[in-house]
Design a protein around this ligand. Structure first.
Ligand code: ADP
Length: 405
């Protein structure tokens, strides 16, 4: 098993570029979903409801929804599969996985492990396909009447296409879509902790996770100190390079399109008055490597504060009041994760309740874990993954009325 773990991590680094240490972390995270849901399978309880008529008994059974089509992204080539497949198999469903075209190898490796583990043939199926075939394969998966459930993680734009397809046969859907995570640092924050959280939340996986911070909102009293310390931390602690090199913390971005988006956001911000504190361009290594970047004097008119960058760009907006920060944070049409740093207990409650997101990190920049419900509100999606709630996405509730007793 140890051999498998190491091999799977190397596959992730090879196909996705993330540093091997992060890939090893992903494998542990990935395996945690299989373990968690294997245990949850033993707790799929039905129910007996007191009936209103004497001659009846009311039972509730939980049954698998049926075949689940699972469409996953490239940023966690293994964990995004097991987070869905673990729950689906535990519920009694079979699955057809369509991995991202950039990262099919982890999905296939999981197939080999499923064979080794004795999962019967036909239960875990993988359909990798080229970029050209993706839309057609996706359409078949989302419209075939034999498929009962679609679980998708990816962009909001693609999620909307799949939702439309799924409507034709009224399939069950779970959607984990894009985010635009705010990271608010209030004057009352512990700045050093906030900087450490910012670094982890922004630059993990080179900024390519849907819960990565996409915009920093920093209160005027500590703005300069935060920016100065974050810039220093970026320059000292982040190392761009080959993911197999032990020193590397920042691998390449996934493809040229991803690099172009970061460049476009920086160019737009600078043209509207933002200042580059550090980074700002492609790394000297060339290809898809990009310098971790920090921008200040950012306003809500700039593209980088209006849509997900999905790259190593940290734009900082300065704000005056709590109400202003919450309003900016909630102005997005998506709401996946949100973070804030404060040491004021009343403020912590207020802001945690007001943020329009599915997940809130208070004085923490990394919050995903198998036992916690992962998911978003607004256009960030439908449903929750992981946790005790995740298995419900693959279960139907059947009411049985025993009459004539
Ligand atoms: P990203 O921008 O992060 O690559 P996408 O939403 O394009 O996000 O991709 C996430 C997953 O969705 C990948 O597996 C990709 O192949 C798949 N995908 C993209 N477009 C479609 C589509 N039209 N139909 C079905 N799947 C799609």
């Amino acid at each position: 098993m140890m051999e498998n773990k190491e091999e799977l991590a190397r596959i992730i680094t090879a196909e996705n570029g993330k540093p091997l240490k992060e890939a090893q972390g992903e494998i542990v995270y990935s395996a945690s979903f299989l373990e968690w849901f294997a245990e949850e399978a033993r707790r799929i309880y039905g129910d007996v409801i007191p009936a209103s008529a004497k001659d009846r008994r009311v039972l509730v059974l939980k049954q698998p929804v049926g075949v689940a089509a699972i469409i996953t992204p490239w940023n966690f080539p293994s964990a995004m599969i097991t987070r869905k497949v673990g729950a689906a198999l535990a519920a009694g469903c079979t699955v057809v996985v369509k991995p991202a075209e950039d990262t099919p190898l982890s999905a296939l490796a999981l197939g080999e492990l499923a064979n080794q583990a004795g999962i019967p043939a036909g239960v875990y199926n993988v359909v990798p396909c080229s970029r050209q075939q993706t839309a057609a394969v996706g359409e078949v998966l989302c419209t075939d009447p034999l498929v009962s459930k679609i679980s998708f993680t990816g962009s909001t734009a693609t999620g909307k296409i799949l939702l439309k397809h799924a409507a034709g046969t009224v399939k069950r859907v779970s959607m984990e879509l894009g985010g635009h995570a705010p990271f608010i640092v209030f004057d009352s924050a512990n700045v050093d902790r906030a900087v450490a959280g910012a670094l982890a939340s922004k630059y993990r996986n080179s900024g390519q996770t849907c819960v990565c911070t996409n915009r920093f909102l920093v209160q005027k009293g500590i703005h300069d100190e935060f920016v100065e310390k974050l810039a220093k931390a970026i320059e000292k602690e982040l190392h761009v390079g080959n993911g197999f090199d032990a020193k590397t913390t920042q691998g390449p971005l996934i493809n040229e399109k991803a690099v172009e988006k970061v460049e476009k956001h920086i160019k737009d911000a600078v043209s509207q008055g933002a200042s580059i504190v550090t980074g700002g361009k492609r790394h000297s290594l060339g290809k898809n490597f990009f310098e971790p970047t920090l921008l200040t004097n950012v306003t809500t008119k700039m593209l980088c504060t209006q849509e997900e960058t999905f790259g190593p760009l940290a734009p900082v907006i300065r704000f005056d009041t709590e109400a202003e920060a919450v309003a900016i944070a909630n102005a997005a049409n998506v709401g996946l994760a949100g973070y804030f740093y404060s040491q004021d207990p009343a403020q912590i409650w207020r802001v945690a309740e007001q943020l329009e997101v599915g997940m809130v990190g208070v004085n923490e920049g990394i919050i995903s874990s198998v036992e916690c419900p992962f998911g978003g509100v607004k256009e960030s999606g439908l449903g929750r993954e992981g946790s005790k709630y995740g298995i419900d996405e693959y279960l139907e509730i059947k009411y049985v009325c025993l009459g004539g007793l």
